[in-house]
Design a protein around this ligand. Structure first.
Ligand code: FES
Length: 175
């Protein structure tokens, strides 16, 4: 008997997850009506994918402000909840921040440049973040990864700029 196992993991970025689901659907179409085929679908988790771009509504009176300076210089200010990451806020508001690794600190496509007035109020980056930042285009003294910066009262009013270019990690980075 032919057995097919399909998994949808929470680690996949949204676009990859989408193509994975499409591939799953195609496989199901090909095998579901074949009586010799046992189809097993394992949904490991989809919570991480669903979380991105779905922001909690801030509690009235506890809103925190964040301003994004876009690539064309336009500024967008949002009121958000404590604990939201800059990546989630950007994606939830359809800003141009790719977040290719889904926020797992494995790319640099969520690179932001923090206003120096706020940089020191953000908890220091871990080694993983520093490693990824080293691979970012246009690295500055106040660069951070948007997926690693969470909103808190300490950085209420923070301003961050989206760099003109971002790059992803590729095999050559490890040679
Ligand atoms: S989304 Fe990949 S490191 Fe932030």
């Amino acid at each position: 008997m032919f057995k097919v196992t399909i998994g949808i993991t929470s680690l996949l970025p949204r676009r990859m997850a989408s193509s994975s689901i499409q591939a799953s659907t195609t496989l199901m179409r090909q095998h579901i009506f074949n009586s010799n085929t046992k189809l097993t679908i394992s949904h490991f988790s989809t919570s991480s994918i669903l979380r991105h771009g779905h922001l909690k509504k801030p509690v009235p009176g506890e809103e925190l402000k964040v301003t994004f300076v876009l690539k064309d210089g336009e500024q967008k200010t949002y009121e958000v909840s404590e604990g939201e990451t800059l990546l989630d806020i950007a994606q939830g508001n359809d800003l141009d921040m790719e977040g290719a690794c889904g926020g797992s600190c494995a790319c640099s496509t969520c690179h932001v440049i923090v206003d120096p007035d706020y940089y020191d109020a953000i908890p220091e980056p871990e080694d993983d973040e520093n490693d990824m930042l080293d691979l970012a285009y246009g690295l500055t003294e106040t660069s951070r990864l948007g997926c690693q910066v969470k909103m808190s009262k300490d950085i209420d009013g923070i301003r961050v700029a989206l760099p003109a270019m971002t790059r992803n990690v590729n095999n050559n980075d490890f040679k």
